[in-house]
Design a protein around this ligand. Structure first.
Ligand SMILES: *Cc1c(COP(=O)(O)O)cnc(C)c1O
Ligand SMILES: [Zn+2]
Length: 425
């Protein structure tokens, strides 16, 4: 397909090999756009599926087996860790908890570095390689840095990650260190770190890999295609996603809109975005009917992946809500913690930010804004083991005193009688 970058605000276009993260005319966000369709949908669906049996590395990736939907011409540039192809599971206990008849979760935490960032990063680093970049950088609440560090290492590029000092989950920090990234702990929060890395990459020859980068969004949009494929190309009534910087909802929405335009699906899902109460600038904007976003200074939540007060992709996310229909909700820290334990009780588990989805769905049902017979998919964005401190604190009763689903370990004497008594309790 013939691809270009286009400003979502003024419509100016840029060539696909230009190094630009925002519009040179007006500063708006850039999208990758296509002037033609990828081809016959039925033929392509068969090809996407057949690639799962191929032994070629690119074919086995859940992003690159959809490569006809992407703007990359040269397969030799592909940097992949076999991302995507993530499970789509039935979650009966979470369904009962939320109040729906049945609930599916798509677990993006089952990616190579444990979050959906891999779906986008494989495309972002591939574009970096195609452009000849030798150093890449990002600001991160943790998962973007873990992912970028891994893909940059595979591509033998230098990686510089900007993380907020003392506010990232240990699982994520350990990944960036092990994958060899230069890890800069910035004195400030995520929003401060992002502003700095954007300034740096505007002037220095370093390629920016935050989700403002439209190629990351392109990789992430394939989650929509894979999800539809897993459901026999039947579109769910509703998708629920957490909202942080709003790249994920923008990418999913773009994915679904293109699939509709190109004849792969016959309708769009409604999209529900869920934010943590203490980090909810997008929810406030939508609720108040404002036309621009007011940043939240010092965003707070223990769900660190969505602890963001100035989400960059809000204009794209707004467009997705307008076209697909949907809403933005907020949930409390207690609701997030409880929903996370319920997801765990299905044998699935996720990181705190992901659990906002089930908490949000429960709220929609309670408020009568969704019906129990809807076909809903909650997108779980990150792996349970990313933030073990949070989980352990919850189950020991330290996070939410009196937590309903806390499952603390039981101390028991080293003899079978004591163990049998414990087993009966
Ligand atoms: C990045 C991330 C989010 C937020 O996604 P955005 O695209 O920033 O809205 C949510 N959950 C997890 C686990 C993440 O890593
Ligand atoms: Zn513009």
């Amino acid at each position: 397909m013939n691809a270009q970058m286009e400003c979502t605000s003024c419509g100016s276009r840029l060539g696909i090999t230009e190094i630009a993260y925002t519009c040179r005319e007006c500063g708006g966000l850039l999208d990758v756009v296509y002037d033609d369709a990828p081809g016959d949908p039925e033929e392509l669906k068969a090809r996407f599926r057949a690639r799962r049996l191929s032994d070629e590395t690119a074919d086995r990736s859940g992003v690159w087996r959809f490569r006809e939907l992407l703007p990359f011409a040269d397969k030799r540039h592909i940097v992949t860790l076999g991302e995507g192809n993530t499970p789509h599971w039935d979650a009966p206990r979470a369904a009962a908890y939320a109040g729906v008849d049945r609930l599916a979760v798509k677990h993006q935490g089952m990616n190579p570095t444990g979050s959906f960032k891999d779906n986008g990063m494989t495309a972002g680093v591939t574009q970096a390689r195609a452009l000849g970049a030798t150093t890449v950088a990002c600001a991160s609440t943790g998962n973007t840095s873990a992912s970028m560090a891994a893909y940059a290492a595979r591509a033998r590029m230098r990686a510089a990650v900007f993380i907020p000092d003392g506010q990232i989950a240990l699982g994520k920090l350990s990944q960036a260190l092990d994958y060899g990234a230069l890890t800069l702990q910035i004195e400030g929060d995520f929003d401060v770190a992002l502003a700095l890395v954007r300034q740096l990459t505007d002037t220095d020859p370093i390629y920016l890999l935050n989700s403002v980068n439209p190629f990351r969004i392109e990789g992430q949009k394939t989650i929509a295609a894979e999800l539809c494929e897993q459901r026999g190309w039947r579109v769910p009534d509703r998708i629920v996603v957490p909202g942080g910087n709003l790249g994920n909802v923008s990418a999913l929405g773009k994915g679904f809109m293109e699939l509709l335009d190109w004849g792969f699906i016959d309708r769009l899902p409604r999209i529900t975005v869920v934010q943590a109460e203490g980090a909810a600038p997008f929810a406030q904007m939508v609720r108040s009917g404002a036309t621009t976003l007011t940043e939240v200074a010092n965003a707070t939540t223990r769900a660190t992946a969505i602890k963001i007060g100035a989400p960059v992709s809000w204009p794209k996310a707004m467009r997705v809500l307008e076209v697909c229909g949907g809403e933005v909700l907020t949930v409390t820290e207690a609701e997030i913690a409880e929903a996370k334990a319920v997801i765990g009780s299905d044998g699935i588990g996720c990181e705190p930010a992901s659990a906002t989805t089930v908490a949000g769905l429960r709220q929609l049902i309670a408020d009568g804004l969704a019906t129990p017979d809807e076909n809903v998919v909650c997108v779980l964005t990150g792996h349970l083991l990313k933030d073990p401190d949070y989980t352990v604190e919850y189950h020991f009763g330290r996070l939410e005193p009196g937590a309903a689903h806390a499952n603390a370990p039981v101390r028991v004497a080293s003899n079978l009688d004591a163990i049998r008594i414990a087993l009966k309790s």
